[in-house]
Design a protein around this ligand. Structure first.
Ligand code: AMP
Ligand code: ZN
Length: 473
């Protein structure tokens, strides 16, 4: 498989540290609010990457954190008059509900920053011992950025250029209250508490960790000093991931991650969707209007590194596309049960051969830096093949063969394509049965009323030779 590695700016063949295994860390959300659909993009694309690697036979250890101590959380807590912990716990639970709706698998471990403080203190101590960290008079501990020779290797930034750029643009690099910070580029590893804020004891002062050190420590603790893949949105390349590299490599003395993957932004009106700009939809907003599978399908209709513009029209077209696949699945399920049981015809065997080629094309698309846009179009090709070759009926074997491949590839993308036999389905079947009885009794008014009732529930009926079929609209 080829992955675009932000570190080398090249498409590279993926070679794991341990054959057959993948260790992967994905920066998770700061939990002070419901997640927005921009935050959902890395969740969906890297979950898809994980599913694909698992499908290709890798054992994937997938770690994704919750940042549960942060200025924004403290501010939200103060506004509501509750503790920071109450805010973060509430939004971790809400985030998990959204993940479930999006069919994002739970990570192997979901560490929370507040539960990892001792390992952060340990790493900061190591950095201090090695001369990479120093304590300022107010108790703040800074990272001595210029001491790390490789600083800038991920983002391609050079400290001297950055500095003169900032000067010529008239930017102020110094942050208030940092009088004895040695250099403008030194960043915070530990900061003193302010009145009413959560804090922990440390060798430097009562306080809390900086954001970057959290990920360095959680990645080390659960996956080791060197991992295969570190991922997140492209806004994290600088300074977050650059700083993580500086901390981890200085402390551990080995490379931090072999591959760095970054998703492009989800935009709205061609502007980044973000909480600070106020131009966002939460996943919950979308769930009120669509099945969240439609949102997942929409996200996968683009390659993960491309910017993706959100619009109603694109969501409608994603919904129509997903329905097309689901309808094909429902037809095939029916044929698998009620089709001819005489083995495949010669034409069907040819169809099965074509199906294999499509499946290879799907893998090629995914192997090419997770090109889900091409992978989705292969699924549409399979739907076309299924629709055109089963129009006049099909053998059970052929229907099963098509169905298995669509469901298998759908599952790799995390798409739920089968209508589960839940209570709702039973209710629908019951109404269909009642309608058939009414038709038998020549009570056509009742039969039509039931059909309209089902339509109102979003269920469309089709009378076929094999009986009544239904699909969701
Ligand atoms: P945050 O809670 O802001 O730290 O973001 C959590 C994750 O969502 C990070 O990987 C961000 O890069 C990512 N993210 C935030 N906004 C967007 C967006 N508009 N499009 C894509 N990814 C985003
Ligand atoms: Zn991170």
């Amino acid at each position: 498989m080829k992955i675009y590695n932000t570190l080398t700016r090249k498409l590279e063949e993926f070679v794991p540290i341990t054959p057959g295994k993948v260790t992967m860390y994905v920066c998770g959300p700061t939990v002070y609010n419901l997640i927005h659909i921009g935050n959902a993009r890395p969740m969906i694309v890297f979950d898809t990457f994980r599913r694909y690697m698992t499908y290709r036979g890798y054992e994937v250890s997938y770690v994704s954190n919750f940042t549960d101590v942060d200025d924004k959380i403290i501010k939200a807590a103060a506004e509501e008059g509750v503790s920071a912990q109450e805010i973060s716990e509430r939004y971790i639970e809400e985030c998990k509900k959204d993940m479930k709706g999006l069919n994002v698998l739970p990570a192997t471990v979901h560490p929370k920053a507040t539960e990892e403080i001792p390992s952060m203190i340990d790493m900061i101590k190591t950095l201090e011992d090695k001369g990479y960290a120093y304590r300022a008079s107010d108790g703040t501990v800074y990272y001595r950025t210029r001491k790390f020779r490789d600083y800038g290797k991920l983002s391609g930034k050079n400290l001297d250029e950055l500095e003169s750029g900032h000067r010529s643009e008239g930017h102020e690099l110094k942050v208030s209250g940092t009088e004895d910070r040695e250099d403008d580029f030194d960043f915070v590893l530990w900061k003193p508490k302010k009145e009413g804020e959560p804090y922990w004891e440390s060798p430097w002062c009562e306080g809390r960790p900086g954001w970057h050190i959290e990920c360095s420590c959680m990645s080390k603790r659960y996956l080791g000093d060197t991992i295969d893949i570190h991922a997140g949105g492209e806004d994290l390349i600088f300074p977050h991931h650059e700083n993580e590299i500086a901390q981890s490599e200085a402390a551990n003395g080995v490379p931090f991650a072999h591959y760095w993957m970054h998703n492009g932004f989800l935009n709205i009106d061609n502007q980044k969707m973000s909480k600070s700009l106020g131009n966002f939809f939460t996943v919950r907003d979308i769930a009120a209007r669509y099945d969240l599978q439609v949102l997942r399908f929409f996200m996968l209709s683009a390659q993960y590194r491309s910017p993706l513009n959100f619009s109603d029209a694109l969501m409608e077209s994603a919904k129509a596309g997903l329905d097309r696949i689901k309808n094909a699945v429902s037809n095939l399920e029916d044929l698998k049960e009620k089709g001819l049981g005489s083995g495949m015809t010669e034409d069907e065997s040819k169809g099965a051969e074509e199906l294999k080629r499509h499946r290879d094309r799907f893998n090629e698309a995914m192997d090419n830096d997770l090109n889900t846009a091409d992978a989705v179009s292969v699924i549409f090709d399979i739907v076309k093949l299924a629709n055109s070759t089963t129009r006049e009926g099909a053998s059970k074997e052929y229907a099963a063969c098509l169905l298995d491949v669509i469901l298998e590839l759908g599952d790799v993308l995390g798409l739920i394509l089968v209508s589960h036999e839940d209570v709702l389905d039973e209710e629908i079947e019951k109404l269909i049965e009642e309608r058939s009885m009414a038709k038998k009794d020549k009570d056509f008014a009742k039969a039509d009323a039931i059909r309209d009732k089902l339509l109102g529930m979003g269920i469309q009926l089709k009378d076929t030779r094999e009986g009544v079929k239904w699909s969701r609209i």
